[in-house]
Design a protein around this ligand. Structure first.
Ligand code: CMP
Length: 140
C-alpha cells in the first residue's frame, strides 16, 4: 500500500528568490498537511549523504555545491499516496518540461536549481524524513 508521507526540501535558489511561501501555499492548496517543517543550512557532509545515490552521476558535485549554497526548508507532507501525488505537483525534474500548475513550472530556474525536492519512493520518504527530523519534531 502506498505510504501517506513524503519529504520535500525547498532548495537554496527558491529560498533566495523568497518564494518559499508560494511553494508552501501550492502544497497546502493541493491538500497536503505539513506535519514537520524547519529551515536549515546543509553541511557539505550532509548534502553528500542525502544525495549519496547520485554519487557517480556527472551532476553530483554541482548538486552538492548548490544544495550547500544557502539555507533550505525541509518539510514532511502528509496526504494519501503522498510520494506520487507530490511528484505530480512538483512537475518534471527539468523545469523546461514541467507542466502548467506545477511547482517547478512556477518557480524553478533549471535542472539543478529546480525549486524543490520530493522523495522518489515510500522507502526513501521514510529515510529522508529521519535524515531531517527527530520523532519529536513530527506532528503527524
Ligand atoms: P532532486 O529531486 O533534488 O533529486 C536529484 C537532483 O539532481 C534533482 O532534483 C536535480 O536538481 C539534480 N540534477 C541535476 N542534473 C540532473 C540530471 N541531469 N538528471 C537528474 N537530476 C539532475
Amino acid at each position: 500500500m502506498a505510504g501517506n508521507i513524503t519529504l520535500t526540501m525547498i532548495k537554496p535558489e527558491a529560498m533566495r528568490n523568497n518564494v518559499a511561501g508560494g511553494i508552501l501555499k501550492m502544497i497546502q492548496d493541493e491538500g497536503f498537511k505539513i506535519i514537520a517543517l524547519k529551515m536549515k543550512q546543509l553541511s557539505l557532509a550532509e548534502a553528500e549523504e542525502f544525495y549519496a545515490v547520485h554519487k557517480e552521476r556527472p551532476f553530483y558535485d554541482e548538486l552538492v555545491k548548490f544544495m550547500t549554497s544557502g539555507p533550505i526548508m525541509a518539510a514532511v507532507l502528509q496526504k494519501e499516496n503522498a510520494v506520487e501525488n507530490f511528484r505530480n505537483l512538483l512537475g518534471s525534474t527539468n523545469p523546461e518540461t514541467a507542466g502548467e500548475g506545477t511547482i517547478r513550472k512556477a518557480y524553478a530556474t533549471n535542472l539543478t536549481k529546480n525549486a524543490a525536492h520530493g522523495s522518489d519512493s515510500d522507502e526513501n520518504a521514510q529515510l529522508e524524513t529521519s535524515f531531517h527530523f527527530s520523532e519529536k519534531e513530527i506532528f503527524g
